[in-house]
Design a protein around this ligand. Structure first.
Ligand code: NDP
Length: 311
């Protein structure tokens, strides 16, 4: 509240009560020009937040703590002409660290050691079964944005060769030597040991990692998905993991969330699952508010273009 008042003195503030059933009176809704979904009480609170702001007839701008805005709730705001901006970037570091953690757990014998530990068994991995060196392996990052770039930067520190996939060409400062368009993924997959998904879910990316792309990956390759479940053909992924074509996967996102209890993914020994939680970090709300919402509020006040505006 204080930071908002300092950024825009005199701006009237309405805090939506922390109650999923709360509704604002019509006369209050009418006075709302801007809304900030800070997300700290997601997802319960989000239902009342979106219900309330959806009904604000004069709403002009919605800023959200989210990075991905594929949820249909956002489309409804865009369709009625509300400017939408995101906090993409505010969770890039924790997510990238989680991706690298997943990679290290799969690349080094942590799962095997953990299994032996639960049985109180002292079972060193013999040299004959030593895992491949990580340095020199090839990583492909689909979606070289805030998250993908941080993954690429960290992966290069482990000696991986990283290629980015996105529609726009390579830019100065990209942490990769090569950026290729999404159409090249089926060919690039053949030279990919680690396939990282960090792109938005759009009509173009839905099913982008198809059965064919999975089959093109070398035997023993790994998938790391923090984008959205629908980017991957999940049935084909389960098959590729169960048959051993893929060496393993770290998955934070799924076609259906929560992941249904009967999903075969739960039981696969070479799969690490997190419940759409790869971003969890104490600093996220502060980073979203201080790094994205407040600067955008100042831009809105000055009539300047917003950062991370969704078009
Ligand atoms: P950014 O907008 O910073 O980056 C998105 C990147 O994806 C851009 O480089 C963009 O480049 C690229 N991209 C867009 N369309 C395509 C395409 N068709 N094929 C390949 N690349 C494409 O977003 P963030 O890095 O902040 O977040 C990315 C996504 O990660 C979010 O949209 C969300 O779905 C997911 N996410 C998941 C979270 C989780 O908890 N697991 C949390 C936060 C985000 P270009 O436009 O040039 O193609």
């Amino acid at each position: 509240r204080q930071a908002i008042e300092a950024a825009w003195p005199g701006l009237e503030l309405v805090m939506l009560p922390d109650d999923p059933a709360a509704r604002l009176p019509a006369e209050v809704l009418e006075r709302i020009d801007f809304a900030y979904f800070s997300g700290d009480v997601y997802p319960e609170y989000s239902r009342s937040f979106f219900a309330a702001t959806q009904g604000a007839p004069n709403l002009r701008w919605l800023h959200t703590f989210n990075a991905g805005v594929d949820n249909p709730v956002f489309r409804r705001f865009l369709d009625r002409g509300v400017v939408l901006s995101t906090s993409s970037g505010s969770t890039a570091q924790p997510i990238a660290q989680t991706v690298i953690g997943g990679m290290l757990i799969l690349a080094r014998p942590f799962l095997r050691w953990a299994d032996a530990q639960r049985r109180r068994a002292w079972e060193p991995v013999p040299a004959s079964e030593a895992p491949a060196d990580l340095a020199g392996q090839r990583m492909t990052v689909v979606g070289l944005g805030a998250i993908g770039s941080e993954v690429a930067r960290l992966a290069r520190a482990f000696g991986l060769e990283v290629t980015g996939v996105r529609r726009s060409p390579r830019r100065e400062g990209d942490p990769v030597e090569r950026v290729v368009p999404p159409g090249e993924l089926p060919v690039l997959a053949r030279e990919t040991d680690w396939l990282v998904l960090a792109c938005p879910l759009t009509d173009e990316t839905r099913g982008l990692v198809s059965r064919e792309v999975l089959a093109a990956l070398p035997r023993g390759a790994y998938l790391l998905n923090v984008a959205r479940g629908e980017v991957v053909d999940e049935a084909a992924l389960i098959e590729a993991l169960a048959t051993g074509h893929l060496g393993g996967a770290y998955l934070d996102v799924f076609a259906t969330e929560p992941l249904p209890p009967d999903s075969p993914l739960w039981g696969l020994p070479n799969v690490i699952i997190s419940p759409h939680n790869s971003a969890v970090a104490a600093g996220n709300e502060r980073r979203a508010t201080e790094g994205y919402f407040l600067p955008n509020l100042a831009r809105m006040r000055a009539g300047e273009p917003l950062v991370n505006e969704v078009r």
